[in-house]
Design a protein. Sequence first.
Length: 209
Amino acid sequence: MKGPTLIKERNLSVAWGKAFLQVYEAKEVAPLVLVVDGLDGGDPNEDFAIRDALEGELERRGDRSCHTVANTIFPMTMWNPNAGREQLFQRYLRVYPRLRRLDQANRYGLYFQRMIAFGGDKNGAGGFNQLDHILSIWEGGNRRPTALQASLLDPHKDHTDQRQRGFPCLQQLSFAPTGTGGLAVTGYYATQYIVERAYGNYLGICRLG
């Protein structure tokens, strides 16, 4: 297993490509620190020759597309930026039970559901909305860094004796405003599938930011 690796790029596709090559050569890289910056316009810079090649391989293998994986972190297709965030939360929780049933990989939950209904039941009811809390305290003037975090790992549900579980690989997200009025979002992964999930995960975190 290869030791610590740092990859820093302004293009998401190039960053993923370098991570892929590192893992391809070493089979496993830990820890891997990947930084994508230059997101001033909101969307990440991408090289669609790289992404299209990956999408073709994912389709050939029967895996989910990058966009579908990204939607597990931030459901871009449900978001209306001109409406209040409550509309997005309500919309998502209405369809969440169906999303769980549609794909066996979602049987333990989805990342966005855990952000907006942490600790809730299998239908997402009764949980704590971490994103709404973070946004609310920020709007109220609270700048405490330790408050700007969302947990994805739920010990009550995820601390099992299973040898393989698959979810959640993403353990935690932290949000750090920058001095230029920007925002840094950091995701912590215990493990990650570099082909099946990584590109979509990076894209989803960028969209969430």
